[in-house]
Design a protein around this ligand. Structure first.
Ligand code: ADP
Ligand code: MG
Length: 646
């Protein structure tokens, strides 16, 4: 034992005094002004407040005032609340597993009070008069009766004045303010019925009155234009509900800053939630941008561990996989049931109130359908793809068990080849349909219902109609989607007219490449093969092309192949990274898809849309561009003044 130890009994282990313990806890719970705001506002919410006001001065570094109209505290409770581990929210460790409040550790008030000049003014509705408590240097300095409105007002001044080390690390006023604003925005999303107000140096920054309509909260946080472009998320299973809103691809951000995830009303960071969301969204579109989302997981509290971090933003689930799957389904349901179809409409204000499911696709399809199963399959209820015609001539030998595409590519006459030999059935079917117009194609899994082709506009857009709307479909993007999904799933399974079908070349072609092209091709032979181009390394920078997609077989397929390779290399060099397999397939599908300006016959268009109807996501290209545009009959009639005062 060192002689410097002045304890008479020589013991060096001792209990910390309360104030020191509180200051240490403060290091965990309150690291900055915005964490004070967080703890105090959460207390107000736990106290049942319906209106919460936050006043900040100098980003909260100088002064923070939180005012609520909640339950208030009795004098005795207010004094007790300043004790460490004093909480009204749990009574024993067992309660920890079923927490329904935001706070429960009983650390916030004593921690904050230990590092600031701290004042509570509080009154319960049932009390005549309120109580004022003043804490200085961590000691309760004054307790007295005071006139006060119902509720609680807490004033925190000179935060960290006694902790110079921490004071030094405080960020700029703007940074602190941004944190506080972000936090309040998230609360508005999570507690849309509650009114929030934020002022900074007496300027009003947030004034949200509270509303029963969650869309008002979205509008307050993200702006009305964004809110209008958001579709509701909903997935329910026993013990687990996902709700919220996600933006259509028309609205996206470069960062994830406009994404908020909540578990049981508490904003959280969770790998499971973030990954599930990202994965679901990226299955729908490949894009570098991020959608706007407010997603709420409601789950039995005993299945969540929120106590991972004192600030309670990390969360773990007991049944991770279930949460993951539920989020995926919620996102896919929301976007695939119509959220991805932009509507042609002129709308001056937010749509009127409606329950979430009826908003999924306003003006189109059945309103209010609350079918929750994921629409992963579609059916071709009224349309049967005709049997394939036999391959033209002996030059081409279909391989990989796939059928030859006889989709009338040649009918355009651009290549000068003879028209495909069509089977008798197909001819008969065509004749029959001619009388009734084009056949209906079932998009049954989606809110579109069914559609049929009316014609082509500018050799670029397919004009179609559903029972509720007129549709414009971008032929290039639609075809790109069909090719992309089939390539991703493996071309050999292709059963559709517009998909990928590989044809062996009777005379293989050699392809001399530059060294860098050759390197990329060598690495991406698999992706090219899925696109229908079967290449073999011949040695050096030379490859042999053994098979090509039948769709381009009668065209300058080597040119198309070279274009694809060029783009693969360009993109790999630009990113200093080999293009990923999926990107390679996206590039190939773009190059191979029918172009804008290509005339299509009614049959070709019908077949293309029948293929599209089978896609997992028939609404956007892999980059997120929309495939369909809808003008609802209702909107059309309105514009022609068929609805209204006539
Ligand atoms: P916790 O929130 O974890 O219980 P706190 O230190 O934040 O711990 O608060 C301690 C107790 O003080 C709470 O349990 C609650 O009973 C009371 N309290 C704090 N803030 C308020 C408030 N704004 N209105 C009413 N009671 C409050
Ligand atoms: Mg608390």
């Amino acid at each position: 034992m060192s002689s410097e130890n002045d304890d008479s009994d020589g013991s060096i282990v001792r209990l910390l005094d309360d104030n020191t313990a509180n200051q240490i806890a403060a290091g965990e719970v309150v690291e900055r002004p915005s964490s004070v705001v967080k703890e105090l506002v959460e207390n107000s919410l736990d106290a049942g407040a319906t209106r919460i006001e936050v006043e900040l001065f100098e980003g909260g570094k100088q002064k923070i005032v939180i005012r609520d109209n909640g339950a208030g505290m009795s004098r005795a409770d207010a004094i007790l609340a300043l004790q460490r581990h004093a909480t009204s929210k749990i009574r024993s460790a067992d309660d920890l597993f079923s927490i329904h409040t935001l706070g429960f550790r009983g650390e916030a008030l004593p921690s904050i009070a230990s590092v600031s000049d701290f004042r509570i003014l509080t009154k319960r509705p049932q009390d005549e008069t309120g109580t004022e408590l003043i804490v200085r240097s961590g000691d309760l300095a004054e307790v007295r009766d005071a006139a006060a409105p119902d509720g609680t007002q807490i004033t925190v001044e000179n935060l960290f004045f006694c902790v110079p080390a921490r004071l030094k690390f405080l960020k700029t006023t703007q940074t602190e303010l941004n944190h506080a604003t972000d936090f309040l925005h998230r609360l508005i999303l999570a507690y849309h019925t509650i009114g929030f107000r934020l002022t900074h140096d007496s300027h009003e920054l947030i004034s949200y009155p509270g509303s029963s309509d969650p869309r008002q909260a979205l509008a307050a946080v993200y702006g009305r234009d964004v809110a209008r472009e958001m579709v509701p998320l909903l997935y329910e299973s026993p013990g687990l509900t996902i709700r919220g809103s996600v933006s259509k691809p028309s609205v996206s951000k470069a960062t994830r800053s406009a994404q908020a995830f909540f578990v049981n009303g508490r904003h959280v960071r969770s790998r499971t939630v973030q990954h599930a969301f990202d994965a679901a969204f990226s299955r729908l579109m490949t894009t570098e941008r991020h959608p706007v989302v407010a997603l709420f997981v409601e789950i039995a509290p005993e299945l969540v561990d929120v106590n991972v971090h004192p600030a309670k933003t990390e969360v773990r689930f007991t049944r991770d996989g279930e949460v993951y799957a539920a989020i995926s389904r919620a996102v896919e349901n929301a976007l695939l049931t119509g959220g991805l179809v932009p509507e042609v409409t002129v709308q001056a204000s937010l749509p009127e109130l409606a329950t979430p499911t009826t908003l999924a696709m306003p003006g189109m399809g059945e309103r209010g359908s609350d079918r929750l199963a994921p629409p992963l399959r579609t059916s071709l209820s009224n349309y049967v793809i005709p049997p394939p015609p036999s391959p033209p001539g002996t030059l081409w030998v279909p391989t990989l068990g796939a059928r030859v595409d006889g989709g009338g590519e040649n009918e355009r006459g651009s290549s000068g080849s003879p028209p495909p030999i069509s089977s008798q059935d197909w001819e008969e079917g065509r004749a029959e349909r001619r009388e009734e117009g084009t056949p209906y194609i079932g998009f049954d899994g989606y809110k579109i219902g069914r559609l049929r082709v009316l014609g082509q506009s500018r050799n670029t857009y397919i004009v179609a109609e559903t029972d509720d709307a007129l549709l414009l479909i971008d032929q290039h993007i639609a075809h790109e989607r069909v090719l992309y999904e089939q390539m991703m799933n493996g071309a050999t399974e292709s059963q559709s007219a517009w998909g990928v079908v590989t044809q062996h070349l009777a005379v293989p072609q050699t392809l001399e490449l530059s060294a860098s092209d050759a390197r990329v091709v060598q690495e991406r032979l698999g992706a090219l093969e899925k696109s229908g181009f079967v290449l073999e390394h011949f040695g050096g920078d030379t490859f042999v092309v053994r098979a090509v997609p039948s769709r381009v077989a009668d065209k300058a397929y080597l040119e198309i192949l070279k274009e694809i390779i060029e783009e693969l290399t360009y993109s790999s060099v630009a990113r200093r990274l080999l293009v990923p397999h999926e990107s390679a397939i996206i590039m190939a599908s773009c190059k191979m898809a029918v172009k804008k300006g290509d005339p299509l016959t009614m049959d070709e268009m019908t077949r293309l849309l029948a293929d599209l109807a089978q896609m997992r996501n028939p609404f956007t290209c892999p980059h997120g561009r929309p495939i369909l545009l809808a003008l609802s009959h209702h909107e059309m009639d309105r514009k022609f003044h068929r609805i209204g005062p006539h």
